[in-house]
Design a protein around this ligand. Structure first.
Ligand SMILES: CC(C)(COP(=O)(O)OP(=O)(O)OC[C@H]1O[C@@H](n2cnc3c(N)ncnc32)[C@H](O)[C@@H]1OP(=O)(O)O)[C@@H](O)C(=O)NCCC(=O)NCCS
Length: 418
C-alpha cells in the first residue's frame, strides 16, 4: 500500500492538528494553549495517523466515551478527526485507519464505535448505521407564548464559575435516561464546553448560563450566545442555544418561556434539539417553530452479543437475527471474496426483562446488515420502517416482535458533535 498507520507521538500533535485542519480547508488557529488543550482530550495512543514516508497524510483518533443506551451505559470509542490529504485520497487510507480504529477499540473493550459524519455516504461501508437524529430549530418569537405549565420554576443567570459547579452534575444525572448522550470527563467540560475564544464566539457574545430551580433543587439549564442585530432601528437580534437540559417538562417549559421572551432577540435557534422535544406542544403557535431534521450520531456495533444484552427492551420475546457484515477485518484479504459478507446468527432472548444473546444456528427470523442493527439499536427507528424499505427481511410476526422489543419511548439524542 505504501503507507503506514500508527499512533502519533506527543511531539507530532501539531503536525496532526494542521494536517487535519488542511483537510477541512482551514488553518491551524494560533491560539495560546491550543496544543495543551488538544492533548488534554486526545490520547496520542488512540490516534491513527497515516504516513507516506515521513509525511503525515491521514489523521483520525478515538475519544473514550460511555454512551447511554436504552436502560444502560456502554463504552463507546468516538471516531473523530478523520481526514486524508487531497493528494492521497481514494487510495484506501481511511479504510486502513478505520481498520486500525476497530482493532484498537476492540482491544480497549469498547462495545460500540460512534461518529458524526461530514458526509453521509462515507461510513455505511464500514458498518455504521444512523442511530440518532436532531432537529435544527428556528423560532420566531414575536407573539409566541409558552404555555404547558401553570407552575414555573425560577430562572437565574449565573456566571461561568457557578455554571462550572452546577452543570456537570445535572448533565450526569440526566444522561442515563436519554439514549445517545455521551459521558463528559472533567477535561471535556473544561476544554470543550467552557473554554471560549474569539474563534469560537465568531462575533457572538460569550456564553450565557440560565439555570432553572425549584427551591434548592436545580431542575435544568440553558446555555446560549447572543448576536445583537438591528435593522433600521428595529431589533432583530439572534439568541443561539448551545444546550438545554431539564429534569422534567415543567423545567423545560420554564426555560423555553425565558428564552423566547428575551427583549431585542426575536430569533431564537438551536442547532440540535431532541426530535421529541416538547417545545412545539408548549407553543401558542407551532408554525413559529420551524424544524429541520438532521442525522447526528452514527453507530457501529463491535460486539453484538454484548451490545444486545446491555440494553433494555420494552417487551419480552425471542428473535433469531442473521446479521451481515460487509466490512472485512484487517486479517481478511480485501480483494478475494470482498462481496461475500460475513453473516452470523444471534439468538436474542428476553424473559421477564432478563436479556441473553448468544451466537446461534438455524433459520433466522430476521435478516439485516449490521448497519440496520445499529439504526434500531438506540430505539429511535422502528424495525418495521426498515422492513418496509427492504433493509430488514423477515415475516410480519417477527417484524412486529422486533418493534415491540427494540422501540424505546425516549428518542435518542446526541447533544454534542465530536
Ligand atoms: C472522507 C475521507 C477521509 C476519505 O478518505 P480516503 O482515504 O479517500 O478514503 P478511502 O480511499 O479509504 O475510501 C474508502 C471507501 O470510501 C469511499 N469514500 C471515501 N470518501 C468518500 C466520500 N467523501 N463520499 C463517498 N464515498 C467515499 C471510497 O470511494 C472507498 O470506497 P470503496 O471501499 O467502495 O472503494 C477524505 O476524502 C477526506 O479527508 N475528506 C475531507 C475531510 C472529511 O470529510 N473527513 C471526514 C470527517 S467525518
Amino acid at each position: 500500500m505504501g503507507f503506514e498507520v500508527r499512533p502519533i507521538a506527543v511531539e507530532e500533535a501539531n503536525t496532526f492538528r494542521s494536517a487535519l485542519m488542511r483537510t477541512f480547508g482551514e488553518d491551524l488557529p494560533d491560539e495560546e494553549g491550543d496544543t495543551e488543550r488538544f492533548l488534554a482530550i486526545v490520547k496520542p495512543q488512540r490516534t491513527y495517523a497515516a504516513f507516506d514516508g515521513t509525511v503525515m497524510v491521514g489523521t483520525s483518533a478515538a475519544f473514550d466515551f460511555e454512551l447511554a443506551v436504552p436502560g444502560g451505559l456502554l463504552p463507546m470509542a468516538g471516531f473523530t478527526m478523520a481526514g486524508v490529504q487531497p493528494t492521497h485520497r481514494r487510495r484506501g487510507i481511511l479504510r486502513a485507519m478505520m481498520t486500525a480504529h476497530f482493532d484498537d477499540a476492540r482491544s480497549c473493550g469498547d462495545v460500540l464505535s460512534g461518529l458524526w459524519a461530514s458526509e453521509t455516504a462515507i461510513y455505511p461501508r464500514f458498518g455504521f448505521g444512523l442511530a440518532a437524529e436532531g432537529h435544527i430549530v428556528q423560532i420566531a418569537t414575536p407573539g409566541l407564548e409558552i404555555r404547558g405549565s401553570t407552575l414555573w420554576d425560577q430562572v437565574d443567570l449565573v456566571e461561568e464559575d457557578d455554571a462550572r459547579d452546577r452543570l456537570p452534575p445535572l448533565y450526569a444525572a440526566i444522561r442515563p435516561h436519554r439514549p445517545g448522550m455521551l459521558s463528559r470527563s472533567e477535561p471535556w467540560w473544561e476544554h470543550r464546553r467552557f473554554h471560549d475564544s474569539a474563534a469560537r464566539r465568531r462575533g457572538r457574545s460569550s456564553r450565557r448560563y440560565a439555570i432553572a430551580s425549584r427551591g434548592a433543587e436545580i431542575t435544568g439549564y440553558a446555555v446560549y450566545r447572543q448576536r445583537s442585530e438591528w435593522d433600521d432601528g428595529i431589533p432583530t437580534g439572534k439568541l443561539e442555544v448551545e444546550e438545554l437540559l431539564s429534569t422534567d417538562s415543567r423545567a423545560e417549559a420554564t426555560l423555553w418561556r425565558f428564552l423566547v421572551n428575551v427583549d431585542l432577540f426575536p430569533n431564537v435557534s438551536w442547532w440540535n434539539a431532541p426530535v421529541d422535544s416538547i417545545l412545539p406542544w408548549l407553543a401558542s403557535d407551532r408554525r413559529r417553530i420551524q424544524r429541520k431534521r438532521a442525522d447526528t450520531l452514527w453507530l457501529r456495533l463491535l460486539d453484538i452479543p454484548l451490545a444486545l444484552e446491555a440494553r433494555s427492551y420494552l417487551g419480552d420475546g425471542m428473535l433469531r437475527l442473521a446479521i451481515r457484515d460487509r466490512f472485512r477485518r484487517s486479517d481478511t484479504p480485501n480483494d478475494a471474496g470482498a462481496d461475500q459478507p460475513d453473516t452470523e446468527i444471534y439468538e436474542l432472548r428476553v424473559e421477564a426483562g432478563v436479556r441473553h444473546c448468544t451466537r446461534g444456528q438455524g433459520t433466522p427470523d430476521l435478516v439485516m446488515d449490521v448497519n440496520s442493527l445499529a439504526s434500531i439499536y438506540l430505539g429511535g427507528v422502528a424495525p418495521s420502517l426498515l422492513a418496509r424499505v427492504g433493509l430488514i427481511e423477515g415475516g410480519p410476526t417477527a417484524v412486529t416482535m422486533a418493534d415491540k422489543m427494540f422501540l424505546w419511548p425516549v428518542a435518542p439524542w446526541c447533544p454534542e458533535i465530536f
